[in-house]
Design a protein around this ligand. Sequence first.
Ligand code: SF4
Length: 226
Amino acid sequence: MASEYPQCAKCGIDHDERACRVPGGKAPAFCPTVGMVPAVERALAKYRDPEIREFARQASIQEAEGYMHRDVKPLVRHPVKPRLQEICEFAQRMGYRRLGVAYCSGLFSEGAALGKVLEKHGFEVVSVVCKAGCIPKEEIGIGEEEKIRIGEFESMCSPIAQAEILNEAGTELNVVMGLCVGHDSLFFQHSKAPVTVFAVKDRVLGHNPLAALYTIGSYYERLVKT
Ligand code: SF4
């Protein structure tokens, strides 16, 4: 373990001189590239598994192909692909046929639209809503005062059921559409297939949580400068 916990988010080294970007580059005291070599090597050993290696290789190719004019120097990054296209292309690269969509009932239309687009691209789509199973919230110890509609029956969100159903359907890649904070974590933990996220839940900001960070400087200037 390094003398300090990694703090990449606080790295003050110039982007192109960082130890994680150029061999022999500069590193602050909390740098994991320099201070946590065993962890990096353990990760490398995992990439030697042929299946993981191929997954990582295709993801890396997909990443690069998200930009155009890559042969022009100096490189000016010109992104060209929305995430929807990237997910379709990545699944095709991997040769997947059957995809899962784990969606939130609050994003029913979006889940339906995503399913249609994936089908148009030739995939077999298995979609499961978060309420699948219709299990009462009391099952996980939720009291009346902790429900959204106090005093009424509420079906719990069961991301574990979503994962189990998709596992049983044999999906090869699962796409998350707007699952809530924590529910998404459970889905990630219990899905057998690899998971990618199409969208995350943000009830206030149009499911774009980054908006909170993009505007934070206007009311909390000191926070973004440190
Ligand atoms: S890995 Fe090291 S050099 Fe790279 S951002 Fe983190 S602290 Fe900075």
